[in-house]
Design a protein around this ligand. Structure first.
Ligand SMILES: Cc1cc2nc3c(=O)[nH]c(=O)nc-3n(C[C@H](O)[C@H](O)[C@H](O)COP(=O)(O)O)c2cc1C
Length: 184
């Protein structure tokens, strides 16, 4: 067993936070590791939009169906499929940008976003924080796009909370992972 395997084996969504802050240097590290993720045809069609603004996080939580664990997180990161950025490169090459209108665009965006979500969560958890993926970011897409101030040809596909886990939430996750490993 190494540390990575141990961490991945004991991971769990954390929905109870102490209200303590995620350190700025930790958030920078988390985002830096996410930027190292592979992307389909190296298109880099994912942008990250993060906020620590408590009022904005509360509004995000409301749009996600009133999820309390979102409202009480210290950081929210929206993972955005960003074909606004790719259009510049495609048009410079004299081509027509059509991927955002195709099923291929949806698939590329979803796969790349999932890879990045995982990197963000694994990095955050390795630094001792708790996270939960938030698919409900798509509940009210137009309102979410407006709240995040996103340009055309972008879509917030999934998000994640980051915060300092309460002891109870952490212990519960450890208990589950110990149980899962117990037969070995
Ligand atoms: C793409 C995705 C979207 C999710 N959306 C939400 C969500 O909106 N709210 C939430 O509380 N949990 C959400 N989850 C977390 C799942 O409910 C959770 O991973 C699952 O129940 C398994 O629990 P575990 O993560 O503790 O192992 C999401 C997970 C994924 C992968």
């Amino acid at each position: 067993m190494n540390q990575v395997i141990d961490q991945l084996s004991s991971r769990k969504s954390i929905r109870q936070f102490t209200g303590d802050s995620v350190k700025t240097e930790d958030l920078e590290l988390i985002i830096k590791t996410a930027q190292r993720c592979p992307t389909s045809i190296n298109g880099q069609q994912i942008s990250l939009v993060y906020t620590k603004d408590k009022e904005k996080i509360k509004q995000i939580a409301e749009l996600c169906g009133g999820q309390e664990q979102v409202a009480t997180a210290d950081v929210f990161i929206a993972i955005v499929v960003d074909f606004n950025r790719t259009i510049f490169a495609v048009e410079q090459a004299g081509e027509k940008h059509v991927i955002e209108r195709s099923a291929e665009g949806v698939l590329v965006g979803a796969v790349d976003a999932g890879i990045m979500l995982n990197a963000i969560q694994v990095s955050a958890e390795s630094l001792g924080y708790g996270t939960t993926a938030i698919g409900a970011i798509r509940n009210e897409p137009e309102a979410m796009i407006k709240l995040l101030g996103l340009p055309p040809k972008t879509f917030p596909i999934v998000g994640t909370t980051i915060g300092v886990s309460t002891k109870d939430a952490k212990d519960a996750s450890r208990y589950l992972s110990d149980k899962a490993r117990w037969p070995k």
